[in-house]
Design a binder for this molecule. Structure first.
Ligand code: DGL
Length: 245
């Protein structure tokens, strides 16, 4: 049987934060990672533009024996999940900012996300929503050096209302998978009680599905294949431990 894969899709490096948790939970499976760096950031584009890009990216993934797609991008999940499921014909999982869960408990929540994701949430007394215009771009350029990023500038270069002081928010929700790479700086800036994201929920859903459908994706190689039109240099198999196959 040809190797089959779980595909992980994002606009760039953000989905690596999801891939890392998937590999921890389901280490014996094969993954394909498509980070569309050439077209990042997605959060400042229109849904129509994203639809075209996503169709092309799914075409790339469908060249491989992909059985499941994990959309490791809040922006794509919120806007295009039904389209991705229909276009690919595969089982698809998305990631969503877990906002309601905490707002209903009366917590003061700040959602940090891309501009396109922020548009999907209505702010209220307990929910402030901030769409950051340039943080994904900065993270793509400084992927090994997130400490170089000016968080204050990024917070002000944004759409929405927030309180810029420490200890005000009970919870910050990272509504973009890229922001995981600057989580410590966000924590130091706001000093919330907690920082959350949708990653655990998504990974648990994928895990439950995979263990109930064991024969769907074969699991013997535990390797990651990086693909993508803009990622030709990375079109190689890597086994864990950083060794090329
Ligand atoms: N990682 C994507 C998300 O979770 C970032 C989107 C973008 O490229 O702006 O929303």
């Amino acid at each position: 049987m040809n190797d089959s894969y779980i595909a992980v899709l994002d606009s760039g490096i953000g989905g690596l934060s999801v891939l890392k948790e998937l590999v921890k939970s389901l280490p014996e499976y094969n993954y394909i990672y498509l980070g569309d760096n050439a077209n990042a950031p997605y959060g400042n584009k229109t849904v129509r533009e994203l639809k075209e890009l996503t169709a092309k990216n799914i075409d790339v993934l469908l060249k491989f024996n992909v059985k499941v797609i994990v959309v490791a991008c809040n922006t794509l999940s919120i806007n295009l999940l039904p389209f991705i499921a229909e276009y690919s014909g595969l089982k698809v999982f998305g990631i969503f900012p877990p906002v309601e869960r905490y707002v209903v408990k009366g917590e003061k929540v700040l959602l940090l996300s891309t501009v396109l994701t922020a548009k999907k949430f209505s702010p209220s007394q307990n929910l402030h929503v901030l769409g950051l215009k340039s943080l994904v771009r900065d993270l793509e350029y400084n992927m090994f050096n997130a400490r170089e990023i000016n968080l204050n500038f990024n917070l002000s270069n944004s759409v929405g209302y927030y309180i810029n002081k420490k200890f005000y928010y009970d919870r910050i929700i990272l509504g973009c998978t890229h922001y995981e790479f600057i989580k410590n700086e966000i924590y130091d800036h706001f000093c919330p009680r907690k920082i959350s994201s949708g990653i655990n929920f998504t990974v648990n859903n994928v895990k439950n599905f995979i263990i109930h459908n064991k024969s769907l994706v074969n699991h013997n190689k535990n390797k990651v294949l990086f693909v993508g039109e803009s990622a030709k240099a990375n079109e190689d198999f890597w086994v864990f431990g950083g060794q090329k196959q």
